[in-house]
Design a protein. Structure first.
Lengths: 230, 147
């Protein structure tokens, strides 16, 4: 993958007289791209509930539509597989990503924010930097998988990696989020173990993240929410 | 007296473990593959397959959405060299997934797949009729170019 060039700006009110010239001011103002935070809920499988959920981040510009999905797709270890090789999956076909999520039978909510194309490209560059000079260890054409930083259920998981990416475009996104850091989806035993290890200072569970995003209001709120289910 | 108490607790734990163990064995769930499944190990993006008929024993499901299975394989011939796991709780999974359009062409090129296998893949529950038709069109184009 190559680092994206900033998009050429369209002409507009701020660019009168510069029909063919670049217009960075206009590019900064036009929120013509999207950042979608995809929060998958719990699901049932063979009589057992899997309550933790999953988060991924999708970036859409006029030229690209990429979904970044981080998780334990490689070796795992620790109590209940709570640690492992952290794999970043880069999907260039969103429908294929959703097909996998929908196959679980769970509900996925897409919280969509309008951002500028410049900010969207900055998010893409942020993730591209993480995989710079790395060879995919799995290549399905529409999805390439790269090993990045190790997974840790409390410190580096799908929620924290997605939030870090979203912060590039929306630095104030997580303002006021601490009160939502309850550990929704964790069992009592999980919570005790997390407290013993040191409760994270930031949201780390998908359900907490979803509650926080649902609680955003006014200009900070997502412009729309999209529901995905089989 | 203290020893008797400890002995009773140990027996109780053993009894409970046995019940849980038996219950897990009785509840063992299996899926027998109805069509071949593409399988890859890390950094080996080639076209290996789990054959139709392979029994996959259900282990667990992950928050990321994948289901994890055990596969039992009787390996005949020379004994394989063994090494200790880096840590006892380490799991090194393979990744398996259904075939998609271009995969099938690569599969036909690189793997000794027969007509029956191909038919099973095209008729698998993972592919919609439209997907299967798209693959057939793709294969036809490939054959026309390389014929």
């Amino acid at each position: 993958m190559t680092i994206n060039k900033l998009p050429e700006a369209s002409t507009g009110a701020n660019c009168v007289g510069s029909i063919t010239a670049h217009c960075p001011e206009k590019s900064k103002l036009d929120k013509n791209s999207s950042l979608v935070l995809l929060v998958g809920g719990s699901y049932e499988r063979h009589g057992k509930t899997h309550p933790y959920g999953h988060v991924a981040i999708r970036v859409i510009t006029s030229k690209k539509d990429i979904t970044y999905d981080y998780g334990r797709y490689g070796k795992v270890w620790g109590v209940g597989g709570s640690e492992g090789e952290g794999m970043l999956r880069v999907w260039i076909d969103f429908s294929k990503y959703m097909r996998g999520e929908n196959a679980t039978g769970r509900l996925t909510i897409g919280h969509s924010f309008n951002i500028t194309e410049e900010d969207a490209n900055n998010v893409i560059s942020y993730f591209e930097y993480k995989i710079k000079n790395k060879t995919p260890n799995l290549d399905r054409g529409f999805m390439k998988q790269y090993q990045i930083v190790n997974y840790h259920a409390l410190k580096s998981n799908c929620t924290t990696v997605s939030i870090d990416g979203a912060n590039i475009a929306i630095p104030s996104l997580m303002k006021g989020s601490n009160k939502y850091n309850e550990g929704k989806g964790l069992s009592t035993m999980d919570k005790l173990a997390a407290k013993y290890e040191g409760w994270p200072q930031r949201i780390f569970m998908p359900a907490d993240f979803n509650s926080f995003l649902n609680g955003l209001i006014g200009e900070h709120a997502p412009v729309k929410t999209i529901t995905y289910k089989k | 007296m203290k020893f008797q108490k400890l002995y009773a607790i140990a027996l109780a734990i053993l009894f409970i473990s046995l019940i849980i163990g038996c219950s897990n064995m009785l509840n063992k769930k299996v899926h027998v593959l109805q069509h071949p499944l593409r399988v890859a190990s890390e950094n080996q993006n080639q076209y290996y397959m789990l054959p139709k008929g392979a029994a996959l024993y259900y282990d667990d499901s992950l928050p990321e959405g994948a289901d994890r299975f055990y596969v039992y394989i009787n390996i005949e011939g020379s004994p394989l060299e063994l090494k200790n796991l880096e840590r006892s709780d380490l799991i090194i999974p393979l990744t398996a997934y259904p075939f998609e359009d271009k995969d099938i062409v690569n599969l036909v090129k690189d793997y000794p797949v027969n007509k029956k296998d191909l038919s099973k893949i095209l008729n698998s529950e993972f592919l919609s009729k439209d997907d299967a038709q798209e693959i057939i069109n793709y294969l036809q184009q490939y054959i026309e170019v390389h014929d």
